[in-house]
Design a binder for this molecule. Structure first.
Ligand SMILES: [Zn+2]
Length: 492
């Protein structure tokens, strides 16, 4: 997302100060009933959650669909009331992120991304995701993880100006968000699954929703293979292969104890769920910039540029990065923080501050914009020695750095591609910007002869056939059934 208007800055989550004053005490874990060392009081948990929630909302953005927000909150509140901590000030928010994710902060702040919703099949699966995250809070996993992260200093060093300490594709996004996407251990995950099942059953939903959503998320993770860098639900929730199977025992238990005793119907409510997901933005949204083929377009910031053909592009929170296939050559677009002085001073200053030595450079103009293009040498963690060709470009009120990064041996081979991409940086006209629309989810009834590839192609190629299958509760090898109502993605 790089440059999310109006939040034009690199994401930099800073741990609230309250963490420095945590007091150790022994308390009873509300979800397990066991005595354990507790590093945070409930009041502290809530204070931490509140403070970090403000940052989540500011940096990631809340998805603008009040009806959908109310719906998720209603489902969430019913689950939370069925938990062991019904009186926490629970909050449920759909954030404006394309990644498939859900997470919890201490004190009862639960988030799902808009990106996870199209992959859920019905309300029972939504209840499964929310119930799982509620489980992390009610069993105090999030508070414990937070305390660990704080004492270990994780997340305290955050993004500097120039992909500091990064392997650009793998870690940049996760580092920036590392504090939020706390990683839980296997036991915590299994426990959260079990608690999710229990809350869903108590709330009147079919507890199989938990297994269903785990299956979908595992298929998705398998299909995404090596695509790293965007933190998704399974990278933040390390998944033992037997998780779907393990949760079956909890489901049977819940069906015996919860469903039986409450006498509640086991709702799935697919139709109600679909109505809320119909029309939701899929993938990048214009306010975050959109990747189309090898192009990156940002209608709000009114800029466009092309990466080299065939490079894999990742539009993440702090930057847009493209990687050459099978080589350690990268291109990177970032916003320069609080620039001052001439573009030449800004370029030399920021590169120097990042520890880079200048080899050459000169002021120039790129498609009518003031710029400074220079070559620099230095080191990046994870890549070692690199040569960087960086263009600092002034566009409207911002200064951007658009850079090619390569190991010294590769540089001369890739230099021409860097130059050509840098030369593609241009402003967008008002009309061009207004014509850029996001892809959206739509509902469709499968006809005879339809296949996942034919449906994907007919709807504009906004989504891969295998993703379409997974989105509709199918393995990619299972064809859609005629008459089946499915979610599709229509091009903007
Ligand atoms: Zn989890």
């Amino acid at each position: 997302m790089l440059v999310r208007t109006p939040r034009h800055r690199l994401i930099a989550f800073v741990l609230p100060l309250v963490a420095a004053t945590v007091v150790t005490s022994c308390a009873t874990n509300p979800a397990t009933g066991k005595k354990e060392l507790s590093l945070m009081s409930e009041g502290q948990e809530i204070a931490v959650g509140q403070e970090m929630d403000a940052q989540v909302r500011r940096e990631m953005g809340v998805y603008n669909d009040p009806g959908l927000q109310r719906y998720v909150e209603t489902v969430g509140m019913r689950l939370a009331r069925a938990s062991e901590r019904p009186n926490l000030p629970w909050h449920f928010t759909v954030i404006d992120e394309p990644a498939v994710n859900a997470f919890a902060l201490p004190g009862g702040y639960i988030y799902v991304t808009r990106g996870i919703l199209p992959f859920l099949n019905d309300e029972a699966q939504l209840a499964g995701v929310l119930g799982h995250e509620i489980g992390h809070v009610s069993a105090r996993h999030s508070a414990q993880q937070y305390t660990k992260a704080t004492t270990a200093g994780v997340g305290l060093t955050l993004l500097g100006i120039f992909v500091p300490e990064t392997r650009p594709l793998q870690e940049a996004a996760e580092q920036a968000l590392g504090v939020l996407f706390l990683k839980y251990g296997r036991d915590d995950e299994l426990q959260a699954d079990t608690l999710g099942v229990k809350y869903a059953a108590r709330g009147g939903w079919d507890p199989h929703g938990v297994a269903g959503m785990l299956t979908t998320l595992e298929r998705l993770d398998e299909a995404s293979g090596s695509r790293r860098g965007v933190p998704n639900w399974l990278s933040t929730h390390p998944a033992p292969a037997d998780r779907v199977q393990k949760v079956q025992a909890a489901i049977q238990e819940a069906e015996r104890t919860e469903v039986g005793t409450s006498g509640a119907a086991e709702r799935t409510d697919r139709t109600g769920f679909e109505r809320h997901v119909d029309g939701i933005v899929y993938g990048d949204s214009p306010s975050d910039g959109i990747v189309r083929g090898s192009q990156f377009l940002h209608p709000d910031l009114r800029l466009a540029l092309s990466f080299p053909q065939g490079w894999e592009i990742q539009n993440s929170a702090a930057q847009v990065v493209a990687k050459a296939p099978e080589r350690d050559d990268y291109m990177l677009l970032q916003l320069v923080q609080s620039p001052s002085g001439s573009v030449e001073q800004i370029a030399r200053g920021t590169m120097g501050d990042a520890g880079f030595r200048q080899l050459n450079g000169e002021p120039t103009r790129i498609n009518g914009m003031d710029a400074y293009v220079g070559t620099y040498q230095g080191t990046l963690q994870g890549l070692g020695n690199v040569v960087v060709m960086a263009a600092h470009v002034v566009h409207e009120r911002n200064v951007y750095m658009f850079a090619g990064i390569a190991p010294p041996n590769d540089f001369s081979g890739v230099q021409r591609q860097f130059t050509s991409s840098i030369g593609s940086f241009r402003g967008l006209s008002r009309e061009e910007a207004a014509g850029i629309h996001p892809n959206r989810v739509d509902l469709y009834t499968v006809r005879g002869g339809d296949t996942w590839p034919s449906i994907a192609e007919r709807t504009g190629g906004g989504v891969k056939p295998s993703t379409l299958a997974i989105m509709n509760n199918h393995a990619p090898s299972q064809p859609p059934r005629p008459g089946e109502r499915i979610k599709i993605v229509v091009a903007g």
